[in-house]
Design a protein around this ligand. Structure first.
Ligand code: F6P
Length: 419
């Protein structure tokens, strides 16, 4: 039966825990053995240390009140011992330690209630080791040692590209491990093919070929609430606020926050203003709004905003323009990581759950000839798309921006975009 592992990678996002929960539970229901990799790709590279550490695995606890289906189901339940939640990393002050074990067998109970928790309980890291061939060789060895040959990765475009590279390299990694006598002939044959599926965890909603990324709805909601709070104080003092939101290369959060809060002006990377006229353009718009009676001014700027010449446009700079040219009492609020953390909204529980189930289906149906799939959502339907096509299209948006072809960037983001 398939042994599958799930990991979260790159910047965290609300809904990642719901992904892990769904993959583990769907995996168990479909007869798979389920594992979680802690600390993203870094955990794959570090693996589980030596056999002695493995032998220190805690005793299994009995589980009650759970309907028994079949033997493998019971086995999975038993194996889940809540160790993921109870344990910290080896330097965790309070918790019982996992003693350097990064690839952990999990069961039904380990992931109970995970969908309401923000961030990622398995941990995430931006692993430099996994970017090296040696790191990926170690990762392959660690997976084969545990008998795992199916991987679900939840992360941004970089993390998903890493997964595809790993899959493409897998046969040569297996051959190398055999050559070095780290695995036997039988293992080399059994684990000749790595199945992978990607899910997009990113608050920026910056991946092509899916309408929504996991964590983006929660982050947007967080921004709306923050702007609601800012608005009341802005109104009291008749002030202007420049609100900086996340989105290194993508203006989705800023754009939609602008729509949902009725902002006066927004700056996004895909639709930049011209270098020599944005100050006047913004000021005349805000002046007009003030003249018709608005007591407060909200300008939203994506952290990756720039003008048409690609000069960055920063919140402080906008504040100076508003103060100097319009005489507005202006403050800057950088929302930062409050956008990323915290409890997922309902959609960031439902969408990752449906996508997690689809990820397990895709793994069960994968053959060496099927492409690596990314699970996304299009027009309210959970879909599978070739992962590298989506990554390539996403990169073309950045390339179009770098080449100052902003119409192309916009139409790649949204083929139905009209001015
Ligand atoms: O990739 C998502 C993102 O939220 C970006 O918008 C932001 O620039 C970045 O993460 C910040 O990430 P970190 O603080 O982890 O470096």
């Amino acid at each position: 039966r398939m042994k599958l592992a799930v990991l979260t990678s790159g910047g965290d996002s609300a809904g990642m825990n719901a992904v892990v929960r769904a993959v583990v539970k769907a995996g168990i229901l479909k007869g798979c053995e389920t594992w979680v990799v802690r600390e993203g790709y870094e955990g794959l590279v570090r693996g589980n240390g030596d056999e002695q550490q493995k032998a220190e695995k805690p005793a299994l606890s009995p589980h009650q009140n759970v309907r028994v289906r079949d033997e493998s189901f019971v086995h999975n339940l038993r194996f889940g011992d809540g160790e993921l939640l109870r344990d910290g990393t080896s330097d965790h002050p309070g918790g019982r330690t996992l003693k350097g074990r990064y690839i952990v067998r999990v069961g039904w109970d380990d992931v109970r209630g995970w969908f309401g928790v923000g961030g990622t309980l398995c941990g995430t890291a931006r692993s430099t080791a996994f970017r090296t061939p040696e790191g990926r060789l170690a990762a392959a060895y660690n997976l084969i040692k545990e008998g795992i040959d199916a991987l679900v990765v939840c992360g941004g475009d970089g993390s998903l590209t890493g997964a595809d590279v790993f899959r493409a390299e897998w046969p040569s990694l297996v051959a190398k491990l055999r050559e070095e006598n780290k695995i036997n002939e039988e293992q080399a044959k059994t684990y000749g093919h790595l199945k992978i599926v990607g899910l997009v965890g990113s608050i920026d909603n910056d991946m092509s070929m899916t309408d929504m990324t996991i964590g983006a709805p929660t982050a947007l909601h967080r921004i709306c609430e923050a702007i609601d709070n800012i608005e009341s104080t802005a109104f009291s003092h008749s002030r202007a606020f420049v609100v900086e939101v996340m989105g290194r290369h993508c203006g989705w959060l800023a754009l939609l926050a602008g729509v949902s809060s009725g902002a006066d002006f927004i700056f996004i990377p895909e639709r930049p203003p011209s270098a020599d006229s944005w100050e006047e353009e913004m000021c005349s718009m805000i002046q007009r709004h003030r003249e018709i009676g608005k007591r407060k001014t909200i300008v939203i700027v994506a952290e990756g905003a720039h003008d048409k010449n690609l000069n960055p446009i920063r919140a402080e700079q906008i504040k100076d323009v508003l103060s100097e040219k319009l005489g507005l009492d202006t403050r800057v609020t950088t929302l930062g990581h409050t956008q990323r953390g915290g409890r997922p909204c309902a959609f960031d529980r439902i969408m990752p759950t449906l996508q997690g189930v689809e990820a397990v289906n895709a793994l069960l149906e994968a053959t060496p000839d099927t492409p690596s799939y990314m699970i996304g959502v299009q027009e309210n339907k959970i879909i599978r798309v070739p992962l590298m096509e989506a990554v390539k299209m996403t990169h073309s948006v950045s390339e179009a921006i770098a080449a100052k072809d902003f119409d192309k960037a916009m139409s790649l983001r949204d083929p139905e975009f009209h001015e």
